[in-house]
Design a protein around this ligand. Structure first.
Ligand SMILES: [Zn+2]
Length: 350
């Protein structure tokens, strides 16, 4: 089987991407409301791509395509948050090199992040890239970071897939990054500055989520598992809301004092974000299980959601999309089926 086919069969439907495809819910990202505004003392804002901060440049990509980009902000000493296109990325200066958590939605976005990292760290090399999962909006910038000595961390479940994919995609005799699969927790960095990378044991937002934690400053990089002020995205066909609730407990146990997700603004009131996300998931799961037991048709789900009044946290369109994605996969017992057919998605390296 070609690596392309392996990618497709793993990705399932058109939602998962290895370096180049948009997930099906990516269109939602540009329609989402900006995250809730907190006072400057509560949070440092990474502006949404639709509304970059005053003074933030809008940078042209090498393909002369406009990419929205915000100026990076320092979350803690040596810890930065950046935003290009529709997703956030974080980086940590670990002394001998930089660890990057997620890398933008295209190679052009990756190049922009690379420049920002260079400026903010005094030119230190990116030695480690942690992909919280393989959705294209957070992983497709990876080729911009290919270099000698680069190690890419992904969940153990997808490491063989990523290895094969990279072997076919590194061009012109370039260096193929080392790919390391993470299950439990691994630690990278030097003696004084270390970053912990943890793989989840069961599907949550995707089938293969990992997250990073920087204990020195207690900064949590949560990927799409926790996006401050933005409701969870249930649209990956491998998504498991029950596993996701467990994942929230695991992440909260880190006792972080600041948080950067794949979307939304960084937050310092971390526990509040956990509670809001958990409450939303619990409510929507309760409704869907009740509806399934009563045999509601799909058409009734949207109106039932409206009655639930989830407020402005989750825009109605996203709410309905989330609910229907789950309802269609829900068994009478309230469990969720996973896709049996391969994806039609065809990954392409930028
Ligand atoms: Zn995602």
């Amino acid at each position: 089987m070609k690596s392309r086919d392996l990618v497709s069969s793993f990705c399932a439907a058109s939602t998962l991407v290895v370096f180049g495809l948009a997930r099906t819910d990516s269109a939602f990202a540009s329609q989402e409301k900006p995250p809730a505004v907190e006072s400057p003392s509560q949070a440092a804002a990474v502006p949404s791509p639709a509304a970059p901060a005053p003074g933030s440049p809008v940078t042209a990509s090498p393909q002369e395509k406009q990419v929205s980009v915000a100026e990076p902000i320092e979350l803690a000493p040596g810890v930065w948050a950046g935003r290009t296109g529709a997703s956030n990325a974080g980086w940590v200066d670990l002394g001998e090199g930089v660890a990057l958590i997620d890398c933008g939605g295209s190679e052009a976005e990756g190049q922009i992040l690379k420049e920002q990292i260079k400026k903010t760290t005094g030119g230190k090399p990116v030695k480690w890239v942690i992909l919280t999962h393989l959705h294209g909006d957070v992983s497709s910038g990876l080729p911009a970071f290919f270099s000698k000595g680069l190690t890419v961390y992904v969940h153990e479940k997808v490491a063989p897939l990523v290895k094969r994919s990279l072997e076919g995609k590194v061009r012109g005799g370039g260096e193929i990054p080392v790919v390391t699969g993470v299950f439990d927790t691994v630690t990278i960095g030097g003696k004084d500055r270390q970053l912990e990378i943890t793989g989840l044991s069961r599907p949550a937002h995707s089938s293969h989520d990992i997250y990073a934690f920087y204990p020195k400053e207690r900064v949590l990089f949560s990927g799409d598992l926790l996006n401050p002020g933005i409701c969870p995205k249930f649209t990956d066909p491998d998504c498991d809301p029950d596993g996701w609730l467990v994942a929230l407990d695991v992440l909260q146990h880190e006792n972080a004092k600041s948080l950067l997700g794949s979307d939304g603004s960084p937050r310092v009131f971390v526990d509040v974000e956990f509670e809001i996300t958990r409450e939303y998931m619990t409510r929507i799961l309760g409704l869907l299980r009740k509806a399934k037991a009563a045999g509601y048709p799909e058409a009734r789900i949207s109106s039932e959601l409206h009655l639930m009044k989830t407020g402005s946290y989750c825009p109605r369109q996203r709410d309905a999309f989330n609910a229907l994605s789950l309802y269609r996969r829900m068994t009478p017992e309230g469990k969720f089926t996973r896709p049996a057919t391969p994806s039609s998605a065809q990954p392409e390296m930028p």
